[in-house]
Design a protein around this ligand. Structure first.
Ligand code: SAM
Length: 300
């Protein structure tokens, strides 16, 4: 299925299924012997979506010998490190006094329910309506309560989400911590630029931002995605990741943010893996990560 300008999805289809895929990896990472992250909600959230392949992965019923196992292990490590990076970003932002956060493309992210937000912190989650509704419903059903004041904004990020965010109570005069995790490749290049322009316009001085950027414009990811999709298909999941990603040249997030008045820091993601005690061998499977940056920025 190729993308269109106004396509929509739930958590079992198209781009929405990628949210379930990464939550599956977080659930698996949580169950590791020496886990880097604790996301107790990932497992029930994935089960509630009901995609057979992901549930079988959680239950250890997918044959993990060979390439499928390599891909599952790689994705689990990738998500453990990525989750920890963004968890740490929020903890550091709130330690610095920030009390307003925005999770762009929140998917099955459970941070509003599991991070130790200081009293008075408001966390906004933005994603497509069906995604927001399904997660909110499952969390209520399992009796999970937010650890912050959670406010949802059910809108497509290609629409006028700043207006919807303000309507939900967002205060542009207060410094904000923003994350865009696992999002950019699902946006056309011009929508990515607009996203960061909108974030900049809504960010008081001292605001912070964390995201990831592929310096090869996603070419390595596309290659890895194609190989991964092929392996998953053989094991029972029909999800063609490369059909869902927008490829081709896009603006460097680092240059864009620097030019827009942010003080930006970018680190190769392999360095972040090593820092968290999950060093990755330089194999074909990890090649795409060598061109990938973990980015944080502070608004001047
Ligand atoms: N950030 C979450 C995480 O890391 O667990 C979810 C990542 S998932 C790979 C991609 C998410 O981006 C999905 O939840 C999807 O609904 C959301 N997304 C992609 N394009 C979007 C758009 N145009 N508007 C709203 N949400 C979008």
């Amino acid at each position: 299925m190729t993308r269109t300008d106004s396509d929509t999805w739930d958590l079992a289809s198209s781009v929405g299924a990628t949210a379930t895929m990464v939550a599956t990896a977080r659930a698996l990472a949580t169950k590791e012997a020496e886990p880097l992250i604790q996301d107790p909600y990932a497992d029930p959230l994935v089960r509630a979506v009901g995609v057979d392949f992901f549930i079988r992965l959680l239950d250890g019923q997918v044959d993990l010998t060979g390439d499928v196992g390599t891909t599952a292990a790689m994705m689990t490590t990738l998500m453990a490190v990525r989750t920890k990076f963004f968890d740490d970003f929020f903890v550091s932002a709130t330690d610095a006094g920030i009390r307003q956060a925005v999770i762009l493309a929140s998917g099955l992210d459970s941070r509003a329910y599991r991070l130790p937000w200081p009293d008075g912190t408001v966390v906004y989650e933005i994603d497509q309506p069906e995604v927001i509704a399904a997660k909110t419903g499952t969390m209520a059903q399992i009796g999970a309560a937010p650890t912050c004041e959670r406010r949802t904004v059910a809108i497509d990020l290609r629409e006028d989400w700043p207006a919807a965010l303000r309507a939900a109570g967002f205060d542009p005069s207060a410094p904000t911590a923003w994350i865009a995790e696992g999002l950019l490749i699902y946006l056309p290049p011009e929508a990515q630029d607009k996203l960061f322009d909108n974030i900049t316009a809504l960010s008081a001085p001292g605001s912070r931002l964390a995201t990831e950027f592929h310096t090869d414009h996603g070419a390595g990811m596309a290659q890895r995605g194609a190989a991964m999709s092929e392996r998953w298909r053989g094991a029972g999941l029909d999800l063609n990741l490369t059909d869902l990603w927008y490829q081709g040249d896009r603006t460097s997030v680092v240059e864009h943010l620097d030019a827009a008045g942010w003080n930006t820091t970018a680190r190769p993601r392999l360095e972040v893996f090593a820092e968290y005690g999950r060093p990755l061998a330089e194999t074909e499977d990890t090649a795409a990560l060598r061109n990938s940056l973990s980015v944080t920025a502070i608004k001047n």
